[in-house]
Design a protein around this ligand. Structure first.
Ligand SMILES: Nc1ncnc2c1ncn2[C@@H]1O[C@H](COP(=O)(O)OP(=O)(O)O)[C@@H](O)[C@H]1O
Ligand SMILES: [Mg+2]
Length: 300
């Protein structure tokens, strides 16, 4: 999708907010065109315009649709459960939904802006305080357990289906995006297809499958807020833990924070499968499979 013009964003947001929008800054363009808005009263908001147009999704969003039932583009209408959980736990701030609108023919969502410093890299900053708080934040959400999995608002899928669904979706993505890499297809057939579904059946909870350092903002030396709510689903905690492990710079501090709430599970059983899923989701580039599956391996 080409980028919406500043005038269009200003007009759409002004109508939705019923206020004059005095500044419009494009701050990110990955899954969303992400704008910071300021209005005449001095309030600041984020405006999110989903960039992809279903049915053509990226491998990651296609997986979330196939495996969890997440509807890319409208999932932000259903973030109430995660906002309530984050509020209850009281560790981090989260953006409040303010209005839904359209920018041209695209849906768009306005949230409050969180004060704090943003971060570009996936890695979390080299800080004990940040990692402990992150570990505790993730673990407190993992205390909310479910018997079935799905989206934040509808969990109708039996966990015994998780591996079958993930494999079906990966098989499709490999055929579409990785036909030039027979080693990726071979790893899938040899290992992914043989994965024990029970590894993922034990602990379903709210998870962010693309958790990384730039989904949060930072303030006064610690983690202050979670800003990217797009991908929250209810699913196996192992998936989120395997993803976050690749972004940690102080794993022992993360462990301390997590284990102040819950014991960490054994990573050996699920790491390679989840890492392979992450690799398949990249959909491009020339990754070294062994390196991808083993770098930043911290937990037993
Ligand atoms: N409500 C918000 N308050 C403060 N910063 C935000 C907010 N929303 C987004 N950001 C900033 O924009 C960046 C990209 O936002 P994000 O929600 O991760 O978009 P995307 O879905 O495109 O990944 C974040 O790293 C953060 O710095
Ligand atoms: Mg993001």
């Amino acid at each position: 999708m080409c980028e919406p013009t500043e005038d269009l964003v200003r007009a759409s947001a002004g109508n939705a907010l019923e206020e004059v929008v005095t500044s419009v800054d494009l701050v990110a363009r990955s899954s969303n065109f992400l704008y910071r808005l300021e209005t005449a009263s001095g309030a600041a908001y984020s405006l999110r315009v989903p960039r992809l147009r279903p049915p053509v999704l990226s491998p990651f969003w296609q997986h979330l649709q196939d495996v969890f039932g997440l509807r890319y583009g409208t999932q932000l209408l259903s973030v109430g459960p995660i906002l309530r959980a984050v509020d209850e736990d009281g560790l981090l701030q989260a953006p409040r939904p303010v209005a839904g609108t359209t920018v041209g023919d695209r849906p768009a969502y306005i949230f409050t802006w969180l004060e704090g410093t943003s971060r570009e890299p996936d890695e979390f900053p080299d800080s004990t305080e940040v990692h402990e708080r992150l570990g505790e934040y993730v673990a407190r959400l993992h205390l909310r357990t479910y018997d079935t999995y799905g989206t934040l608002t509808e969990q109708a899928i039996d966990p015994a289906e998780f591996v079958t669904r993930t494999n079906a979706s990966m098989r499709d993505t490999i055929a579409r995006f990785w036909s030039h890499r027979p080693d990726i297809g071979a790893w899938f057939e040899r290992h992914a297809a043989a994965t024990d579904p029970d590894v993922f059946a034990g602990h379903l909870a709210p998870i962010m499958p693309d958790i990384s350092g730039n989904q949060f903002v930072y303030h006064a030396g610690t983690l202050a807020g979670v800003v990217d709510l797009d991908s929250y689903v209810v699913g196996p905690r192992e998936l989120e833990l395997a993803v976050v492990e690749t972004c940690l710079t102080r794993p022992e501090d993360f462990r301390r924070g997590y284990e102040s709430v819950l014991p960490l599970p054994r990573f050996a059983e699920f790491r390679a499968y989840c890492r392979f899923w992450m690799l398949v989701c990249e959909g491009a580039g020339d990754p070294d499979v062994d390196e991808f599956l083993t770098h930043r391996t911290y937990f037993a």
